[in-house]
Design a protein around this ligand. Structure first.
Ligand code: GDP
Ligand code: MG
Length: 355
């Protein structure tokens, strides 16, 4: 039967559809029935096919923790991240990281590394979570001792709790005259958050992000907690992870910063990320240096995708390039259809232009 007849048949059933709209199984059954046909559904769910296989215990290796720093404005998040970034540059590297980067990893004692997400405020955290992307292992909650537990501090705490992410409290600005952190400990206790030194379960650390005092101890506590969390993933499989940010660079094309959560990514791999895809042309570390491959918990920037995926999109390496492209275009089509459907006051003229 031709498409117009199908559309008319749908209309007679009270369903307004356009030429290139996807119909659900129920409607298809009704319509085929109108034409005297039986329909048999032979499902092939591509999305299901790409679900990550469960890794065998013996293939899992310890991976570095991924940390998000949150807290009230001006309590010292940026200062802390800057201090860590500038002082824990891998030995032998000339110069630190200058330009803004969304994520970086630093090496601490015993060559253990820690990955920091430099997400601006809670928005990114919430946005990523809304997309089902859980990338943080530990949340550092920064509270300035010359201030107090503020609304954004509480908000940060609830985000971490909702995501079931363990917290470490940082009492910052200890260099200030008459700095006292007990007041903050008390305020936290009133929120049912008892720090370790008061017999509770939450690690905390006094620091001065400005002078750098206490930061090493904080990093030690991060590593200690991550050991307890027993963070592991399989490095020996095609890479999977989450997109942190993406943009179009005039000279280099689309650049995508992502966090590897499992497997190893290599130059030449074929990647699907959200509705975008492409062959990895170049992998850059947080210093903008080309690297050949990267493993779990590493933040990297890649060149080679055909567009800018959205923060929180999952990415995955495909051996079968054709399947990746097929999935990308199917997702794009679904997204387009959803956009059409979610626009309530669509004029006929607009519908016409879309068709
Ligand atoms: P953010 O809004 O949480 O990122 O806070 P910033 O890192 O931008 O810090 C806000 C202000 O507090 C800046 O003027 C910093 O110089 C200052 N500051 C941050 N950490 C310290 C600290 O440890 N001691 C002192 N005295 N000032 C600090
Ligand atoms: Mg800041």
């Amino acid at each position: 039967v031709n498409a117009t007849d199908v559309i008319i048949s749908c209309m007679s059933l009270g369903i307004m559809v356009t030429m290139n709209q996807r119909l659900d199984a129920e409607i298809i059954t009704l319509v085929t029935d109108e034409f005297g046909y039986n329909v048999e559904f032979v499902g092939l769910d591509l999305e299901e096919m790409i679900q990550d296989d469960k890794d065998l215990e013996e293939n899992l290796k310890t991976r570095p923790p991924i940390i998000t720093v949150m807290g009230h404005v001006d309590h010292g998040k940026t200062s802390l991240l800057d201090h860590i970034r500038n002082t824990n540059v891998i030995a032998g590297e000339a110069g630190g990281i200058t330009q803004h980067i969304a994520a970086y990893s630093v090496e601490c004692i015993n060559n253990q590394s820690i990955t920091f997400l430099d997400t601006p405020g809670h928005e990114a955290f919430t946005a990523m979570r809304a997309r089902g992307a859980q990338v943080t292992d530990i949340a550092i909650i920064v509270i300035a001792v010359d201030d107090q537990v503020m609304p954004q501090t509480k908000e940060a705490i609830s985000h971490a709790q909702a995501a079931n992410v363990p917290m470490i409290f940082v009492f910052n600005k200890m260099d200030k005259p008459n700095a006292k952190s007990d007041k903050i400990r008390e305020q936290l206790a009133n929120l049912n958050l008892l720090v370790e030194e008061w017999g509770g379960k939450y690690p905390s650390q006094e620091i001065s992000a400005k002078l750098g005092t206490g930061v090493d101890k904080l990093l030690e506590k991060v590593l200690l907690l991550s050991e307890l969390l027993d963070l592991k993933s399989n490095p020996n499989k095609p890479a999977v992870g989450t997109v942190i940010e993406a943009s179009l660079d005039k000279g280099r094309g689309y650049i995508t910063t992502m966090l590897l959560q499992g497997g190893t990514l290599k130059v030449g791999d074929y990647v699907l990320a959200g509705i975008n895809h492409g062959k990895v042309k170049n992998i850059l570390d947080e210093r903008g240096k080309s690297i050949h491959s990267a493993g779990p918990s590493k933040p990297i920037t890649i060149l080679g995708l055909n567009g800018a995926p959205t923060a929180g999109d999952k990415f995955k390496v495909f051996k079968d390039e054709k399947l990746a492209k097929q999935l990308a275009s199917r997702r794009e089509q679904l997204q387009r259809e959803q956009n059409i459907r979610s626009q309530k006051h669509l004029t006929l003229d607009e519908i016409g232009r879309r068709i």
